[in-house]
Design a protein around this ligand. Structure first.
Ligand SMILES: Cc1cc2nc3c(=O)[nH]c(=O)nc-3n(C[C@H](O)[C@H](O)[C@H](O)COP(=O)(O)OP(=O)(O)OC[C@H]3O[C@@H](n4cnc5c(N)ncnc54)[C@H](O)[C@@H]3O)c2cc1C
Length: 301
């Protein structure tokens, strides 16, 4: 179960007591505040707190540009200008604090994003729950033959069943031994900080994760991308839905310039110019490597 009855009660209580404030609030984000969005089989992501909205970005930008922004007619246009020109600090004026429940192997990828503040559930202090990520059968796939860092064809039939059985049985057995080792009934009981080493990487952990909007966009750019592993991408997708409601103009600019846009090398620009002039350019005449050309053709082919 992603949330305990106590956590659900806490969420209800928090949402039942709105407080008047003089601070800027984002009506879109108020709908999400405290609510848990389920992710994977036992995980979730929920907003614990946030600071700022689209106008906080604009307000900060106008400090630096002052009268110079007069040619930008509206706030959305200014936000798009900032995003287009990589003027990132105004986006850092907005912050978000999330509570995330996620498998440990996903947490290992997530924690690589160093520009955030993290506080994780302590498995030295507390006993971990018997909750393991077991993929849905349609998410079990073979090693990709074209991408060493990815998956390919779906597993089927007896092989899929066997894989699921191993994942469940091994996790269950490891947890049984964990419980047995930490028990102090008739024995001393092993310290929790040591017993946890026996648990597999699909066990769930939880953390609070606080980050500013600029670095959150960087995280989402990498982790909501099709090259990211499915199990972290679903968290990034869930966060995208929240950010879209929190800062609609900034998210729109991010979606357009970062998620929807492409980065072109100097060689790529040259090839496009030559093509527009009517020349039939091939990989051999482009000056690009085979890999570069494949990626270029993937977008412009
Ligand atoms: C598809 C994919 C595959 C990956 N594969 C691997 C892999 O095989 N092995 C692996 O180890 N990692 C892998 N990673 C992780 C990746 O290399 C980054 O560590 C991760 O995405 C975090 O990115 P970041 O450092 O830009 O983010 P953040 O840590 O949030 O940093 C944001 C930016 O701040 C700056 N910054 C932050 N800290 C420093 C610092 N100490 N010094 C200098 N600049 C800093 C950098 O400009 C950085 O881009 C992969 C990531 C993705 C998305």
């Amino acid at each position: 179960m992603p949330l305990t009855p106590e956590q659900l009660q806490d969420i209800q209580n928090a949402r039942a007591n709105p407080q008047p404030t003089l601070r800027a609030v984002s009506p879109g984000m108020e709908q999400h505040l405290y609510e848990a969005k389920p992710v994977l089989d036992h995980g979730f992501v929920r907003v614990i707190d946030y600071m700022g909205d689209d106008s906080a970005i604009v307000q900060a930008a106008r400090v630096s540009y002052g009268a110079g922004t007069k040619h930008v007619s509206n706030d959305e246009g200014l936000i798009r200008y900032l995003m287009r020109h990589w003027h990132s600090t105004p986006f850092e004026m907005c912050e978000i604090k999330l509570h995330v429940k996620l498998p440990v192997f996903v947490a290992r990828q997530w924690i690589r994003h160093r520009t955030a503040n993290v506080n994780e559930y302590s498995a030295r202090y507390s006993i971990l729950d018997r909750e393991f990520y077991i993929p849905r059968v349609e998410d079990l796939a073979a090693q990709s033959v074209v991408n060493n860092q990815g998956r390919g064809e779906a597993l089927t039939g007896e092989e899929a069943e066997r894989v699921l059985r191993y994942l469940k049985d091994d996790a269950g057995r490891a947890y049984d031994h964990y419980e047995e080792m930490i028990s102090d009934e008739g024995q001393q009981g092993l310290a929790r900080e040591l017993a946890r080493m026996n648990l597999p990487a699909n066990i769930y952990t939880q953390w609070y994760w606080k980050v500013d909007l600029h670095n959150l966009f960087h995280f989402l750019r990498l982790r909501a991308d099709s090259h990211a592993q499915y199990e972290i991408r679903v968290y990034a997708d869930a966060i995208c839905e929240m950010v879209k409601d929190w800062v609609p103009a900034a998210y729109g600019a991010f979606e357009d310039y970062r998620m929807g846009g492409v980065q072109l090398s100097g060689k790529g620009v040259e090839v496009l110019k030559r093509r527009l002039a009517g020349e039939a350019v091939t990989q051999e005449t482009s000056g690009m490597s085979k890999g570069e050309w494949r990626e270029f053709e993937g977008v412009f082919g």
